[in-house]
Design a protein around this ligand. Structure first.
Ligand code: FES
Ligand code: FES
Length: 266
């Protein structure tokens, strides 16, 4: 049997999906196809395919490859906290951020990693109802705390009002920043109820129990959450609607003439 027919036989023993993955593996290893296959048994190829699938699943955010036992924890600490109402005990390296613990240990991949440096807001979650950047928070700091992520906002099949408003007002395009935007907005609404002031508050001498936020206030208070798609006007519309409790026509957001009419009517 020639080398070529042997190689063809080995390739045929792979499923169609595995064969496609093989092509990616071969290009990843940057070796000539003939040389690589000539030196590989089917068992080795299958092992490579399985490894590649696991790696790809991890990048795709599926849970299978994410919740396995981690490679040797150093400086291990066990943290007991609640996530989305469920008690969790996690043993991990004391230096692991909450963001990495959520995504890589607890398979809660709704929280996104953008900059990993506290600059974009994509990783925003709630701790005891207050918004925090999970990329700048150590998991060990969460001992005894209640962490809420985007996965914990809906009640069963019923979306949180802000989630519904974001859908209604098209408050996103790619959606990457959206979990952070919504978590941030949930805390923003509570801050307004508490009467917390901001940089653009008109009168800092007063601390009313409940603030009625202008669009400028909403923009300022959401300024830590960046949106590379530029969905800002619609995000403000969605938050204003929930904040005021007054439904607005989403068309008014992108039709300047109608928006003028609506603004004049208020
Ligand atoms: Fe945390 Fe960007 S990922 S602020
Ligand atoms: Fe794409 Fe905000 S919707 S980054």
């Amino acid at each position: 049997m020639s080398d070529d027919s042997l190689n063809a036989l080995e390739i045929e023993e792979l499923t169609l999906d595995e064969a496609e993955l093989m092509e990616e593996i071969l290009s990843e290893f940057a070796e000539s196809r003939r040389h690589f296959i000539g030196q590989s048994s089917t068992a080795i190829l299958s092992a490579l395919v399985l490894g590649f699938v696991a790696k790809r699943n991890a990048f795709a955010g599926t849970t299978e490859a994410l919740i396995g036992t981690p490679v040797a924890d150093q400086n291990a600490v066990t943290v007991a906290f609640r996530i989305n109402g469920v008690a969790k005990n996690v043993t991990l390296d004391s230096r692991v951020t909450l963001l990495d613990a959520l995504r890589e240990r607890l398979a809660l991949t709704g929280t996104k990693k953008g900059c990993d440096h506290g600059q974009c807001g994509a990783c925003t979650v709630l701790i005891d109802g207050r918004r925090v950047l999970s990329c700048l928070t150590l998991t060990a700091q969460c001992e005894g705390r209640e962490v809420t992520t985007i996965e914990g906002l809906a009640k069963g099949d019923v979306l949180h009002p802000l989630q519904t408003a974001f859908v209604k007002h098209d408050g996103f395009q790619c959606g990457f920043c959206t979990p952070g935007q919504i978590c941030s907005a949930v805390a923003l609404l509570q801050e307004a109820k508490n009467g917390d002031l901001s940089y653009v508050s008109a009168d800092v001498r007063q601390k009313p129990r409940s603030l009625q936020l202008s669009d400028d206030e909403i923009r300022e208070r959401m300024s830590g959450n960046l949106c590379r798609c530029g969905a800002y006007p619609n995000i403000v519309d969605a938050i204003r609607e929930v904040h005021t409790g007054k439904p607005t026509d989403p068309i008014g957001s992108w039709d300047p003439e109608l928006k003028e009419v609506q603004d004049a009517a208020v």
